[in-house]
Design a protein around this ligand. Structure first.
Ligand SMILES: [Zn+2]
Length: 552
C-alpha cells in the first residue's frame, strides 16, 4: 500500500524535457520568466496571487494580457518548490475524464483517468496528487515509466507511515504555460490516505463512493483520480460501469453531478466547471441496501428545492432505550431537512445550488459536505446542510481558508440551537456544558493558528471547531449577532458558488464594519487566526468570558 512512497526520488534518471504544447506559441513562452518562487511563507494578510511578487512588470503585463485564465486558476495555488535541484510546480487542471469498471465476479475495479492540465509561469515538473498505485502512464500520447511519478512531501510537511501528506511529482520538466495530457491506468483500490477504504465487495454488489474528509490529508478526489488541491476548479466527467457474467445486480448512484446517459449498470456523470477536488459526491451502492424518496420544499424567497433523500436501510438499527430507529425513517429525514433548509434560507438567502439538494443518510456518526449534497448521520444533518451555504456555497479559496466555514457553521448552529431533534441526542444548548467546553477552548486559543501558515496544508485545522466557535462568539459580541449573520449572508451572495473567499478578505470586511472596536477585531484575528501570541487571551475574549462566567 505504501509502495509508491518508497520510491527514492534520487534514483530517478535525469528527467526528460518535453516541448511546449503546440497550443501555446513559443512567442508566449519567451515572454515568461522562468523563475524560482519566493521561499518565504507568504503573508496571509497580503495573499493575492502567489506569483506576481516575483515577476517583472513586463512579465506580469504579458501574463495578464495573454494568460489571464491560467493566472486566475493559479491565484490561490501554493508556490513552486525545489526538488533535487529542479523546480516542481502546481499545475492548473483543465479537465478530468475518468472511467471505472466494477467487475463483480473478479472483485476488481479497473480505472482509467485522463487529466488535461496547464503549467504555470515556471518551467518545472508538474505537481498534483493521486493516492492510487498506477500501472501505466502516458504523457501527451507517449508511454512513460510509471516510476517517474514520485511521492514527495512539499516544503514544511512531513509524512509519517500513518499520515501521508505528499503530493505526486512527475519527474519530467515541462515548459512554462504549456498544456499537456496525462493518462493513467490502474486498479482502483484502497487509497494511500489515512482511514480510507477501497471499494467494498459484497454478495449484494459493490459499494464505493467519494467518502471524503477534510480532517485527514489526501482524502478528497485525489483518493481516486488525479486531482489538484482545492483552489483549482475543473470539469470532471466520470463513467461508471458494474459488470457480471451472472444475474445482473441493480445498483443505485447517489451524486450531485448530472447523469447524462444512464443504462442498466452504466452511468455517465458530468460535474460543472466550478467544482474542485472537494465538490463531487458519488456513492455507488447496491439497490437492495438503500431506499429513496423525493419531496419539494418551498422557501420563503419563492424558490422550490427538490430534496432527494437516500437512506441506508441496511445499516438501520433500533437505539437502545428510546426505541427510535437510526437512521431515522425517510419522512422524518425529509421533515428535518426541510425545517433546517427554511431556517437557513431565511438567515442566509437562496439555496445556492440550483433546484436540488441530495443527501445520503447512514448510521454512524460521520458526515461530509459536497456541493449541494452531503452524506450524514442524523446527528450531523443540520451541519452538513448548512455547509452547502458555507463551505460549498461560500467556498474557501484554499485549505488555509477552510477554518472559516467550520467555525462559522458550528457557531451559528449552537447560537440558534439547531439540532436534529431525536431523544437520544445530548442537549448541546446546556449552558453548564458550554462553560466546561469553553474553558477548555480558551486554554487552546492562540496556540496554533486557525489559518495554517503552510500553503501546502491538506487539512482544516481542528481548532476551527473549537477555538473557531469562540472566535465567532467574541466577534458577534463586538459587532452584533445580527450584523455578523448579515455580513456572512452578503459575502455568500457576493461570492456565489464559484468565487471563493480568503481569510484576508473576511478580515478586511469585518474590520470595515467594526467601527470603534476595530482594534478588538484586529487583535482577535491576530491572536486566533494567525496565532500571534503577543495578545492577552483574557482581554481578547473578554465578552465571551463575561457571558459564560469563565473567569469564575
Ligand atoms: Zn463541518
Amino acid at each position: 500500500m505504501e509502495a509508491a512512497q518508497a520510491i527514492n526520488p534520487y534514483d530517478v534518471e535525469t528527467p526528460v524535457t518535453v516541448q511546449e504544447h503546440p497550443i501555446i506559441t513559443p512567442y508566449f513562452t519567451k515572454l515568461l520568466p522562468v523563475t524560482k518562487q519566493d521561499k518565504n511563507p507568504m503573508s496571509l494578510r497580503s495573499r493575492q496571487g502567489v506569483n506576481l511578487k516575483v515577476m517583472g512588470l513586463t512579465a506580469v503585463i504579458s501574463w495578464v494580457v495573454w494568460l489571464h485564465p491560467v493566472l486566475a486558476q493559479l491565484q490561490f495555488a501554493p508556490p513552486s518548490f525545489e526538488m533535487n535541484g529542479r523546480m516542481a510546480a502546481p499545475v492548473d487542471v483543465q479537465k478530468l475524464q475518468a472511467s471505472v469498471v466494477f467487475d463483480l465476479d473478479a472483485k476488481r475495479a479497473s480505472a482509467e483517468a485522463i487529466v488535461t492540465f496547464r503549467m504555470g509561469p515556471d518551467k518545472a515538473m508538474p505537481v498534483f496528487d493521486l493516492r492510487q498505485d498506477v500501472r501505466e502512464i502516458e504523457l501527451d500520447g507517449q508511454p512513460i515509466e510509471p516510476n517517474l511519478l514520485v511521492s514527495s512531501d512539499p516544503p514544511g510537511l512531513l509524512s509519517t507511515p500513518e499520515v501521508n501528506q505528499s503530493m505526486q511529482v512527475l519527474q519530467v520538466v515541462l515548459e512554462a504555460a504549456s498544456e499537456h495530457q496525462l493518462r493513467f491506468k490502474y486498479d482502483l483500490s484502497t487509497p494511500r490516505s489515512i482511514d480510507a477504504n477501497g471499494p467494498i465487495w459484497k454478495v449484494s454488489g459493490v459499494e464505493w463512493g467519494s467518502w471524503m474528509s477534510e480532517l485527514r490529508p489526501g482524502r478528497f478526489l485525489e483518493q481516486w483520480f488525479p486531482a489538484n488541491l482545492i483552489h483549482d476548479q475543473f470539469v470532471f466527467e466520470l463513467q461508471l460501469k458494474v459488470i457480471t457474467a451472472k444475474e445482473p445486480i441493480a445498483h443505485e448512484l447517489v451524486t450531485n453531478g448530472t447523469i447524462t446517459k444512464p443504462a442498466d449498470g452504466t452511468w455517465a456523470i458530468t460535474f460543472p466547471d466550478y467544482f474542485s477536488a472537494f465538490s463531487p459526491l458519488v456513492v455507488l451502492v447496491p439497490m437492495s441496501e438503500i431506499e429513496k424518496s423525493t419531496s419539494e420544499v418551498l422557501l420563503e424567497n419563492g424558490q422550490v428545492v427538490e430534496l432527494e433523500v437516500f437512506r441506508h436501510k441496511e445499516g438501520a438499527r433500533v437505539l437502545p432505550g428510546t426505541g427510535k430507529i437510526d437512521p431515522p425513517e425517510l419522512p422524518e429525514i425529509h421533515e428535518a431537512t426541510a425545517r433546517c433548509l427554511k431556517k437557513f434560507n431565511s438567515s442566509f438567502g437562496p439555496w445556492p445550488h440550483g433546484s436540488k439538494c441530495t443527501l445520503f443518510v447512514h448510521d454512524g456518526f460521520e458526515g461530509m459536505e459536497y456541493d449541494g449534497a452531503f452524506t450524514t448521520s442524523a446527528l450531523l444533518l443540520p451541519e452538513e446542510l448548512l455547509h452547502s451555504f458555507f463551505a460549498r456555497g461560500l467556498k474557501p479559496a484554499s485549505q488555509i481558508d477552510s477554518w472559516i466555514d467550520e467555525a462559522f457553521v458550528n457557531y451559528y448552529l449552537k447560537k440558534e440551537n439547531i439540532y436534529f431533534h431525536l431523544d437520544h441526542l445530548p442537549n448541546k444548548s446546556d449552558e453548564s456544558e458550554a462553560k466546561q467546553f469553553y474553558s477548555q477552548y480558551l486554554t487552546e486559543a492562540g496556540q496554533s493558528p486557525l489559518a495554517s501558515q503552510n500553503p501546502w496544508v491538506r487539512v482544516t485545522q481542528p481548532g476551527a471547531y473549537r477555538i473557531g466557535v469562540l472566535f465567532f462568539e467574541q466577534l458577534a459580541a463586538i459587532i452584533g449577532e445580527d450584523e455578523l449573520d448579515t455580513t456572512m449572508r452578503e459575502l455568500a451572495k457576493e461570492h456565489g458558488i464559484a468565487n471563493p473567499i480568503t481569510t484576508a478578505e473576511l478580515e478586511a470586511r469585518l474590520l470595515n464594519i467594526a467601527g470603534s472596536r476595530r482594534d478588538d477585531v484586529q487583535k482577535l484575528f491576530s491572536f486566533t487566526v494567525y496565532a500571534d501570541t503577543s495578545g492577552d487571551v483574557k482581554e481578547i475574549f473578554k465578552d465571551v468570558i463575561a457571558k459564560y462566567g469563565l473567569d469564575k
